[in-house]
Write a new protein. Structure first.
Ligand SMILES: Cc1ncc(COP(=O)(O)O)c(C=O)c1O
Length: 386
């Protein structure tokens, strides 16, 4: 089989790494208990506050995103507490699983995969039971490509002094607006391998003053992910344990780059790429999984009749040297997902759509070749003229 020369990473994490970060990370390693590293830490602490739109410290953890999710439960909840978990996909299920492991009782809101949660359900549950300590959700549920209404839910949870709002923004921070302080999000998480354009290995947690009060009371076991200890160390530009030095150095490059592009431009770029991707697949006669509230990070497309979504992913991998993502759990074989977050711009989307057209055509799907690309170009052309 002919294989393309070039490799393209178009999955919703890991995503392509910023070139400047790659080259910085290949320099000889430095030690972390040094003024040089402390300078880097001082810079990334400021950059993270800008990214998270917060005055709070953004904690840097050496782990994948799930580590920060675990820390968000173990540091702020108590044994026997009740917590609402919005289960609209695989990552929503993860909240519920982590709560259960720690002896926190999950009150699950099961949302049909592909749909966003109705905030009124959360308002109703909190009104009926004010002992609920937390509301756990994804801003962007990567498995279904849905964005939940975070601003509206924050408005609701804010009214309850004994409830915190915990948002997994792992595929959302740096993609679309989630101004933590302005909206009143109590804990906001992300990971390095998504919009941060870095390899996997770092996770981040920003914590509100309200949530730190919950930390003081929390009786759940924690050691590696003791966020209070990390906060103290970070205030000295240090880290509780050996940090992922190389990734933190890459992070400085990324955050400098993010500041230079500007958050508003970053949000606008992701919105543009997402709109173009959606219009392209619709023009090809395909259907989106997320109809009402699609995420700007990734687009989930229903596999056409008679074609297994997994085969689209495999063909693109084996013949075209392109990684996209398939469906997870109950969506396995039924969808495929093309990501457009991080170090990605308009011509990357054109490549992704062209590849999809090639693969679907080879798998026997009937449509007019070039339709998707034309629709995406139309969007870019109009946007860039405006
Ligand atoms: C929304 C969301 N939450 C959590 C995770 C889990 O992160 P990790 O695989 O880095 O542990 C992911 C990763 O894809 C994600 O997209």
């Amino acid at each position: 089989v002919h294989k393309q020369l070039k490799y393209y990473l178009m999955a919703p994490g890991p995503t392509p790494v910023l070139t400047q970060a790659l080259s910085k990370m290949s320099e000889p390693l430095i030690h972390h208990r040094t003024p040089l590293f402390e300078e880097v830490m001082a810079s990334v602490r400021e950059g993270l506050k800008y990214l998270f739109q917060t005055e709070q410290e953004v904690l840097i953890l050496s782990c994948s995103g799930t580590g920060s999710m675990e820390g968000a439960v173990s540091n702020f909840m108590c044994r026997g507490d009740k917590a609402i978990c919005v289960r609209g996909g695989k990552f929503g299920e993860r909240w519920s699983e982590i709560c259960t492991v720690y002896g926190v009782e999950p009150l699950n809101i099961d949302v049909q995969w592909g749909e966003a949660v109705d905030p009124a359900i959360i308002a109703d549950m909190l009104q009926k039971d004010s002992s609920i300590k937390g509301v756990f959700i994804q801003a962007s549920e990567t498995s279904t490509a849905v964005a939940h209404p975070i601003k509206e839910i924050a408005e609701i949870v804010k009214k309850y002094d004994d409830t915190i709002f915990v948002v997994d923004g792992i595929s959302a921070v740096g993609v679309f607006p989630l101004p933590m302080d302005e909206w009143g999000i109590d804990i906001l998480l992300t990971g390095s391998q998504k919009s941060l354009m870095l390899p996997p290995g770092l996770a981040f947690a920003a914590v509100s003053e309200k949530a730190w009060k919950f930390y003081e009371k929390s009786d759940l076991p924690k050691y590696y992910f003791d966020l209070g200890k990390q906060l103290k160390k970070q205030n000295e530009n240090q880290s509780t344990f050996t940090p992922a030095v190389t990734l933190v150095i890459g992070l400085k490059e990324v955050l400098d780059h993010i500041r230079a592009e500007g958050l508003d431009n970053i949000f606008e770029r992701h919105d543009r790429l997402a709109r173009a991707t959606r219009e392209a697949v619709k023009a090809m006669g395909l259907e989106l999984l997320a109809k009402n509230s699609p995420s700007s990070a990734v687009t989930a497309i229903k596999s056409p009749e008679g074609i297994n979504g997994g085969d689209v992913v495999k063909l693109l991998r084996n013949k075209h040297n392109i990684t996209i993502a398939g469906g997870q759990a109950q969506l396995k074989g039924k969808i495929f997902r093309i990501a457009h977050l991080g170090y990605v711009d308009i011509y990357d989307v054109i490549i992704g759509i062209s590849a999809l057209e090639m693969a679907l055509s080879e798998l026997g799907y009937k449509f007019q070749l070039g339709k998707g690309v034309a629709a995406a170009l139309e969007i870019f052309n109009n946007d860039l003229k405006a």
